[in-house]
Design a protein around this ligand. Structure first.
Ligand SMILES: [Zn+2]
Ligand SMILES: [Zn+2]
Length: 172
């Protein structure tokens, strides 16, 4: 089991220009507020693969990959959902290379793995968290879960009780 790593000292690897290393680390992921709901990230401590290449000149090219899931309510049917997502993120940090070549997660050869994993995971999420892609949601009339009720779930047009009263008056 790799050690839990919230930040990683890239300089410690003492890579020479053009040299690379693949590391398996553990990153912690905090619960996420998303679309007004709080989602637990599963597992909260996730195994990540970090590829580090020392660039010619100076700086690092980095690639972070991992898979993690969310646990929380489906926005359509409100049942517990546990979708999983794959993350594949890249960063380049070249000191003196200008803003575009400066990674917000690298400072003085120290990689903020916790912040990068969190942001990369948030970017990998879809617009809505659903229990499954074709979740049918809740019936707009009775609130029943349409995934369980099936496609034949429908309502007869119930006569409005006010109209029933009117018809009792027998105006015709
Ligand atoms: Zn659903
Ligand atoms: Zn219904």
């Amino acid at each position: 089991m790799p050690a839990r790593t919230d930040s990683f000292d890239l300089g410690r690897l003492r890579l020479t220009a053009g040299e690379g290393r693949r590391l398996e680390l553990e990153a912690t992921l905090d619960p996420l507020d998303y679309g007004g709901q709080t989602y637990e990230v599963t597992p909260p401590s996730v195994a990540v693969v970090l590829d580090i290449s020392r660039m010619t000149g100076n700086g690092y090219a980095l690639r972070l990959r991992f898979e993690a899931g969310l646990r929380g309510p489906c926005v359509r049917c409100l049942e517990p959902a546990q979708p999983a997502f794959a993350v594949d993120a890249r960063e380049v940090d070249r000191p003196g290379g200008g803003d575009e070549l400066s990674s917000p997660y690298v400072a003085d050869d120290e990689l903020d793995l916790h912040a990068w994993a969190r942001d990369a995971f948030a970017l990998a999420l879809p617009a809505q968290v659903v229990c499954r892609e074709d979740c049918a949601g809740l019936c707009a009339i009775c609130g029943e879960n349409l995934n369980a009720a099936g496609p034949e779930h429908a309502h007869e047009r119930e006569p409005d009780p006010r109209w029933a009263k009117l018809s009792e008056l027998n105006l015709e």
